[in-house]
Design a protein around this ligand. Structure first.
Ligand SMILES: Cc1ncc(COP(=O)(O)O)c(C=O)c1O
Length: 496
């Protein structure tokens, strides 16, 4: 099996260029999935023994292109309406490709990632600036502890890092000593809309499942319930987590109020904002005010791979006080004790891919006005879809979109708003979604959620569909066709 240096340079470039063309065509494709098999059919096709005979690069490439890729979902398809993680930004793809070849390891700077480390620092500073954290001057950045953030492979990693910071804040030295009193390591989250990563983080870092769920209204904390919970559990809470965009409706929390309520009860509590989605608000002055108060939170998670069209995987945890990261630092003589070695400040990660190259390229290519324009276009798409849902007699919208997510449900013709048949509405919605997945022509996301706006029945558990307007290939005719398809399925299925 040849290494790069063992083959003809031109042949290597031809092979890789061909793959580049395949990749571009894949992303430009219209379909969500070209070929659909059941999981067990795919298992039987793909879970094979290690070959005794070498296949050779050409055969492997053919297999990848002809057999595996057609069964991959294309999130950049304008028919993939549930998420919008397109990974289709050209500059980001260029940055990612270069990083793949450059093989930098940001665990150490001097010999493993000399320049990549500094571009990563630039990216973290841009993200900090966008969400309103102060940055020191460039000349004042003399170590990784002056940067005020780390990149991770996802919101889960960033949230877990934040929970470690909260733990060290309430019980300094736990990193070395171990957890001795977990009863003061509870975390307060909004009920029903939290992301599982926070609960998992608590379990992973040895605090156990100590989640305190506080009731919400309109997918935001009920502030008096929050205050009451914090007073009742005084001394037991190490962090309050607020969502600048919850996973389902992407509603942005009233961050200023959550901050003020929490600090008034107990200023030692760590305030963490999960802005995986909320980063979108920071891209445009039109939505910027929704994040008011986030700059006073102790830490913020952002997930550029969700909202900035960059290929997976890249997230960041940003901290208000840059020095806080010292409390979770690792010391080893295998990591250079040098100023800019990110290996010292990034828990759980050893070898550290240059994943930020994608975002660095994307943000530099667009600049501030370009980022705002991306959001301007997404908001127009959101408004159009919202209007189409609202105008349709069989569709009900559950959320007031803060960003680009529209959560909606098909209701049967005999739906009585005074006496909604929740089981029937849910059953219909689940069957619509199952058919959408089975047919693979379109994609909407589905989840369970409490009706917190009272559109159907307050407090009922609903199984709606979700549209996201992030994919800039979505046109009005896609939206009309997709809704015609959903309502057509609804009409067909409600007869059965
Ligand atoms: C609000 C929120 N936080 C955290 C995460 C976890 O992000 P990741 O899947 O990148 O680890 C998600 C994922 O959907 C999310 O919606």
């Amino acid at each position: 099996m040849p290494l790069l240096h063992e083959v003809d340079r031109a042949d290597a470039i031809t092979l890789l260029s061909r793959l580049l063309a395949v990749g571009v065509d894949f992303k430009l494709g219209d379909q969500v999935t070209r070929k659909r098999l059941t999981p067990s059919e795919m298992r039987d096709l793909l879970v094979t023994d290690l070959p005794e005979e070498p296949a050779g690069v050409d055969a492997v490439v053919r297999e990848l292109v002809d057999t595996v890729l057609p069964m991959c979902n294309n999130e950049a398809s304008p028919r993939f309406l549930g998420f919008g993680h397109t990974g289709a930004d050209l500059a980001a793809l260029a940055g990612g490709l270069l990083a793949l070849f450059a093989q930098q390891n940001l665990i150490n700077q001097s010999f493993a990632a000399p320049s990549a480390t500094l571009t990563e620092i630039a990216v973290i500073r841009w993200l900090r600036e966008l969400i309103g954290y102060d940055n020191p001057t460039v000349a004042e950045v003399t170590t990784v502890w002056d940067v005020g953030g780390v990149t991770t492979y996802g919101g889960t990693g960033s949230n877990t890092t934040a929970m470690m910071l909260a733990r060290e804040n309430i019980a300094p030295g736990t990193l070395h000593r171990g957890v001795t009193d977990a009863t003061k390591m509870h975390i307060v989250v909004p009920a029903g809309i939290g992301h599982y990563s926070v609960k998992s983080a608590l379990e992973w870092i040895g605090c156990g499942d100590r989640i305190i769920e506080v009731p919400t209204t309109g997918y935001r904390f009920d502030l008096s319930a929050l205050e009451q919970a914090l007073r009742e559990r005084r001394g037991e809470v190490m962090a309050v987590v607020a969502y600048a965009g919850d996973s389902r409706t992407h509603t942005v929390e009233n961050l200023r109020a959550v901050h003020d309520v929490t600090r008034a009860v107990d200023p030692r509590i760590w305030l963490h904002a999960d802005a995986c989605w909320g980063l979108m608000c920071a891209l445009t002055p039109v939505l910027g005010s929704k994040l008011a108060g986030i700059e006073d939170f102790d830490s913020v998670t952002v997930d550029p791979h969700k909202v900035m069209d960059i290929p997976y995987a890249m997230s960041a945890l940003l901290v208000r006080e840059a020095g806080a990261l010292r409390s979770i630092s690792s010391y080893s003589d295998l990591i250079m004790q040098e100023d800019f070695a990110f290996g010292q400040v990034t828990p759980f990660i050893g070898t550290k891919e240059w994943s930020s190259a994608k975002l660095w390229a994307m943000m530099r290519a667009h600049g501030r006005p370009g980022l705002a324009d991306i959001m301007r276009r997404r908001l127009i798409t959101t408004r159009t879809f919202t209007g189409l849902v609202d105008d349709h007699p069989r569709l009900l919208r559950l959320n007031i979109p803060d960003m680009t997510a529209v959560v909606f449900m098909y209701v049967p013709a005999d739906h009585d708003p005074g006496r909604p048949d929740i089981d029937r509405i849910n059953d219909l919605s689940k069957r619509i979604h199952a058919r959408i997945l089975e047919e693979g022509r379109w994609h909407f996301h589905q989840f369970s959620i409490l009706d917190d706006t009272g559109r159907i029945r307050r407090g009922a558990t609903l199984h709606p569909l979700r549209f996201m307007a992030n994919n800039q290939r979505i046109t009005e005719s896609h939206m009309r066709d997709a809704l015609a398809y959903v309502t057509g399925l609804g009409r067909e299925l409600e007869q059965r």
